[in-house]
Write a protein that binds this ligand. Sequence first.
Ligand SMILES: Nc1ncnc2c1ncn2[C@@H]1O[C@H](COP(=O)(O)OP(=O)(O)OP(=O)(O)O)[C@@H](O)[C@H]1O
Ligand SMILES: [Mg+2]
Length: 409
Amino acid sequence: MAKGEYIVSLDIGTSKVRAIIGELNGNSINVIGVGSAEGEGIRHGAIVDIDQTVQSIREAVDHAERMVGIHIASAYVGISGNHIELQSSHGVVAVSSQDREIGEEDIDRVLQQARVVALKPEREIIDVVAKEYIVDGLRGIMDPRGMLGVRLEVDAYLITGSRTAIHNVVRCVERAGIEVANLVLLPMAASTVALSADERKLGVALVDVGAGATSVTVFEHGVMVGTSIIPMGGDYVTHDIAIGLRTQTATAEQVKIRHGCASVDAASDAERFQIPRIGSHQEVEYTQYDLATIIEPRMQEIFSLVRKEIEKMGYLHDLPSGYVLHGGVMSMQAAGELAAAELQAPVRVAVPEFLGVRDPSFVNGVGIISHALRSQVRITQLETVTTSRPVKTGGGVFARFKDWLRDFI
Ligand SMILES: Nc1ncnc2c1ncn2[C@@H]1O[C@H](COP(=O)(O)OP(=O)(O)OP(=O)(O)O)[C@@H](O)[C@H]1O
Ligand SMILES: [Mg+2]
């Protein structure tokens, strides 16, 4: 595989592990390969069985490799979970150049400064996100490159995660024979394909309704300001259907995907299907309406929990761009409408624009590629601007990842 020609992403989800191959085309990408496998070793988005997860990763990667006919050596890997925390931080440096013009190297140094905080031993820094820069006391600067000054400060957020959770992800990917090019926080990745710059500036909630968990992330003034996980998703809906229709989980999942409708009002009486009942050979007939009476209350509960989470974050009345939803569950008929009714705000379902992945469950995987591409472009720029590479500090699993220091776009 020619280096730099392809970017591969891995989204290790509760229901599926997805590998996506993106081909670089100047400063943009084309999705050329997709592979997925059932995610057997994951519960609520966290790895609970390493061997099963390794196998799922290998299977997903094999699929994608076969589709494109290349060998995948390394991948950018998404990370999320309730162990993620944001922590405010501050950095200060003196501008280094003689003419006092602020360059990439100063920005790097100030962000590195912002990482120097006392962390609990079980925490690991995943990323540093600049909230604003301050040049000689002047606040509110988003991009200080080219400005004149002697003192450069940054107000930043550190994104930290549990050392064990991060270690487990890295270990699984490596045991599947793939080198981890970098870890990417999933909501950050998803935001690069799901949100416009305007939405991020004005205030928006990005919500990923997956199989085992629903993640809620708020962006304001262009940066992520809070993220949180609700341990409930599409698996609960499937479980409700299995109980309500007294059938196997696998049948319930199939029926949900084929006939599911999130809203009783939108469901049809004419759409009928038959399913085997547990413990008998008899088939029982139901309508989409019957199914919706089971699905609607659970979906309402998920969205009401999302609303509560936003309220806890203090943004309930402060989201001019409303909610942007993605994740497999948002493929369900009338899911967007139900969300809008429950959240009482503008709602949009995000779908990647590439052929083969036009589905809300691919936003994360495509987002990882697009996020990685942005950091790569930035690094290439950096390499041409600076002659001396900044010195890396700290140990831990992240010390090996070459671009994590600058991965703050
Ligand atoms: N057409 C559909 N209608 C209804 N539900 C669907 C449809 N397609 C997928 N789903 C549901 O979406 C969920 C999977 O979504 P997704 O692939 O985003 O989750 P994941 O990434 O595997 O899990 P998580 O993010 O929670 O770790 C499953 O519960 C699945 O049943
Ligand atoms: Mg997911």
